[in-house]
Design a protein around this ligand. Structure first.
Ligand code: NAP
Length: 334
């Protein structure tokens, strides 16, 4: 698979208008609001992620057959947080499904910073490891920044290293890795044949891991981008001008229908648990977008769950494959 971080001319030429492309990767929803009935297309992140995983698995087979190489991902987990353990387990499962070798080190909550650093350094020098992921958050007594800075830039599959982010922001530079969640948003748009170039895009949120890189990725694809954050006084008004909205503010259902222009494309990154006594667990997951209202206006929209979420692991696997190919290319004499 050739998932590129930049948008090239051939990709651009493949893009056609929304109306001509009603792809099988999206399905229609009838969303009712007090004033409108929408036929927004639901962008099916689960299905698109599955398609990407199949492409990765095919490339892994090729790498094994032609070069005897198996991509390897190492996950470092410190502590016993249940949510982190679940994330790590699904990352390992994802690795197995595409034929990667998976490495893992689980350290106790009491592990020292030096112990974590030692593990990272060992993976840095292990030639069978092409990607290193330190599961966040780390216990409070550990300096997260020091640990993340220790990950080799060539194995930084989370894409959080300042050099990777810097290259993403600079014209004419190609980062080795792009943060997985924002890259997943772009893949959802591109695989749904949604035109980005020349469009007005608004990103709600500016975090280092989602909002900031999402805005850079959109700009790299020739969108005109505005970033709305907690100090923006008129977020709704700005957002209403957007053809494409990426919502990543961590505020349950904050982006309501009146933030959305008719026909806009809405990508909801948010994952928020809200109390719901009618469910077995007592809560349900919602996004940063009020789905029913936004779907009444949007042309395309991602659901929560099942939209951006499944793309994050798919992009992590893609980054690991990229790391393996990079390692292979640096072994081949020029
Ligand atoms: P974060 O670090 O908390 O950042 C939130 C951003 O939203 C900040 O830039 C903040 O502005 C902005 N914001 C907060 N309140 C706002 C408001 N009232 N109006 C406008 N902007 C506001 O969150 P994150 O890590 O980027 O995550 C964002 C969401 O995505 C969360 O719901 C998270 O659970 C979800 N997420 C999902 C995935 C996935 O795989 N699907 C992965 C990562 C995150 P300031 O900068 O001014 O504080």
């Amino acid at each position: 698979m050739a998932l590129s971080h930049r948008h090239n001319a051939s990709q651009r030429s493949k893009h056609v208008s929304h109306q001509r492309h009603r792809q099988s990767l999206s399905v229609r929803v009838n969303a009712c609001s007090s004033s409108a009935i929408s036929t927004a297309q639901i962008i099916d992140g689960k299905k698109i992620a599955e398609e990407i995983r199949k492409e990765i698995a095919a490339e892994v087979q090729k790498l094994k057959a032609e070069h005897g190489m198996t991509p390897g991902l190492a996950v470092v987990l410190v502590g016993e947080r249940k949510d982190s353990q679940t994330y790590v387990a699904s990352k390992k499962k994802g690795c197995a499904e595409v034929g990667f070798e998976s490495f893992g080190t689980d350290l106790p909550e009491t592990a020292t910073e030096e112990m974590v650093l030692k593990v990272v350094q060992e993976y840095n020098s292990n030639p069978n490891v092409h990607g290193i992921l330190v599961q966040l958050p780390l216990p409070k007594h550990i300096n997260e920044r020091r640990i993340l800075d220790a990950v080799s830039i060539e194995k930084d599959v989370d894409g959080f290293h300042p050099t990777n982010i810097g290259c993403l922001g600079m014209r004419g530079r190609e980062p080795l890795f792009v943060p997985c969640t924002p890259m997943g948003c772009i893949e959802l748009l591109e695989r749904s044949k949604i035109l980005i170039a020349g469009k007005r895009a608004v990103v709600v949120g500016r975090s280092n891991i989602v909002g900031l890189p999402a805005s850079m990725l959109l700009q790299n694809r020739d969108a005109t981008v505005t970033v709305v954050h907690s100090r923006t006084p008129n977020g709704a008004e700005i957002c209403r001008e957007a053809d494409i909205v990426i919502a990543a503010c961590g505020q349950a259902e904050m982006v309501t229908g009146d933030w959305i222009k008719h026909g806009a494309v809405v990508i909801d990154v948010g994952i928020n648990a809200v109390n719901d006594p009618s469910t077995k667990k007592g809560y349900r997951l919602v996004g940063d977008v009020k789905f029913s209202e936004a779907a009444a206006k949007a042309s395309y929209i991602t659901p929560v769950p099942g939209g951006v979420g499944p793309m994050t692991i798919a992009m992590l696997l893609n980054n690991t494959l990229r790391g393996a190919k990079h390692a292979l290319a640096s072994k081949i004499p020029k």
